[in-house]
Design a protein around this ligand. Sequence first.
Ligand code: CP
Length: 316
Amino acid sequence: MKHLLSTADLNIDEIISLLDLADEMSLVNQRENRKLPTLRNKTIVNLFFEDSTRTRISFEIAAKRLSADLINFSAKGSSVSKGESLKDTVQTLAASGVDAFVVRHSASGAAYNLAHKGWIDTPIINAGDGTHEHPTQALLDAMTIRERIFGIGNTKGRDLSGVKVAIVGDIAHSRVARSNFYLLSTLGAEVHLVAPPTLMPGGLGNNKHFDLDQALSDVVPDVVMMLRVQLERMSAAFFPSESEYQRIWGLTAERFRSLDSKTSIMHPGPMNRGLEISAEAADSNQSLILRQVANGINVRMAVLFSLISGEGAVNE
Ligand code: CP
């Protein structure tokens, strides 16, 4: 494989190979010497046209742990502000000798265009494109769920058959939900989408619910994945008020306490505490949120290794 653009492109063998490799990277990250020489003399550019904390930093740490040189490009402060196009920007950077681009952009399809327009011949990793996909987020979420179901150290080769995951909230604007739906479904998980009708997109299967309390009691999910309400992507009123959203769709302290004690809580971050998720849920011992962050480094090391070394599991 040359690029990682969408989880819909990955088959189950490719996903499990990547997750197994990420588990091996997790062992490397527990050693005193956490560096591998694998990508020495390789150059990776973090090409971010949208803000990020977790994804940008974890790609940077992952690249450095693999001994690659990592350059952070941010649209703010670059010649993009003088009107330079995406095409001219990447061609300029590629001419400097780049082995992979990690791309985040507000336009759905931006990573696909960079990979397939013929502007450059460099591997592209989609780090989030508009409301379309965020494949490495879904991989790190699957890694975290696999650890939770089978136990750390007991995950090799395992899929997620029969695992029930409820993804709750602003699904319409969520690239995380889309990537997770494809990836978790390919792994055999039962994925349920729970949202107000105004925030439920078409497609994405038939397990759709429009009442959160009913869905939680009917499904009894192993994992509840809360999504950020993406106010910055909303051009209309999708719900009456934030307090109304929190009451009906939020994982409030009361709703959290009503869950089975084995139900795990996930959130891709950044969180709107007090809106889609309460502090009680986010900070509880059922929360996997910080484990998701740690696994971001493991998964991104696996993806960079696979794409750039050419020894990996990901397909074209
Ligand atoms: N989950 C996620 O993509 O977070 P960032 O926007 O901070 O990268």
